[in-house]
Design a protein around this ligand. Structure first.
Ligand SMILES: *[C@@H]1O[C@H](CO)[C@@H](O)[C@H](O)[C@H]1NC(C)=O
Ligand SMILES: *[C@@H]1O[C@H](CO)[C@@H](O)[C@H](O)[C@H]1NC(C)=O
Length: 213
């Protein structure tokens, strides 16, 4: 039994070392582009973060380009030089959408913004207290994110999230909504909601498959 485990560890090491070498030649174009269109307070989005996206990020994050678009079923209207948003779960949702959008703006690497957004999505009840802690855990400057959310910058960034969402074809009619390498089909959506890790893994054609699968 013990020798089997030892063998597994050694094999795993040999395989991983091979991977390190091939990582150098892998280009980011080979990574699977996965985009999540969501809204901050939607219960199904909370479930998706917990049940699919977080485990997938851990297991196959290294072969995936993750993009998160916090806007969902919101609508936008120009009022003077600002955009006014209406959100499915009210003003609070609009606010937390912009907080997430600003975090993505300041920390475009998913390894930084994703744990922050995941933390927010895991505790949507007491967000005014939790969000600063989420930032602190990740070493992010919450004051910067918060200031952005109330500023013209945050307003304009959220408008961009709205444009990305409105550009979807087919158009978004449910959240969470996903695209895989820019494509949305019922099949992709169903697979993402059932086993996102498997979907990303099966889609990846590059040479640096994570040993976890
Ligand atoms: C993923 O997105 C990047 C740019 O964001 C693009 O260059 C690349 O071709 C895309 N990959 C696939 C497989 O669609
Ligand atoms: C998802 O698929 C992977 C790879 O096929 C498998 O190991 C894992 O158990 C599946 N997870 C669920 C929740 O079905």
């Amino acid at each position: 039994m013990e020798s089997k485990i030892l063998l597994a560890i050694v094999l795993n090491f040999v395989i991983s070392s091979g991977e390190v070498a091939s990582q150098e030649s892998a280009t980011s174009a080979q990574l699977v582009n996965f985009t999540l269109y969501m809204e901050s307070l939607c219960p199904d989005c909370v479930d998706f973060f917990r049940d699919q996206l977080s485990p997938a990020f851990d297991a196959v994050g290294s072969i995936m380009n993750l993009f998160v678009v916090p806007y969902g079923k919101a609508t936008q209207q120009q009022h003077g030089d600002r955009w006014h948003f209406e959100c499915q779960h009210g003003k609070k949702e609009c606010y937390w959408n912009v907080i997430e959008t600003c975090a993505i703006h300041f920390h475009p690497s998913s390894t930084v913004y994703f744990p922050f957004i995941k933390c927010i999505e895991s505790s949507t009840a007491l967000l005014p207290y939790i969000a600063p802690l989420c930032a602190m855990f990740q070493g992010l400057d919450y004051y910067q994110i918060q200031s952005c959310a109330g500023s013209r910058l945050g307003n304009s960034l959220e408008h961009q999230m709205g444009l990305k969402t409105e550009a979807l074809n087919p158009p978004l009619d449910v959240v969470p909504w996903v695209t895989l390498n820019g494509v949305h089909t019922d099949e992709i959506q169903a697979q993402a909601l059932t086993n996102l890790t498997k979907l990303i893994y099966d889609t990846y054609l590059g040479t640096r498959k994570p040993p976890a699968c």
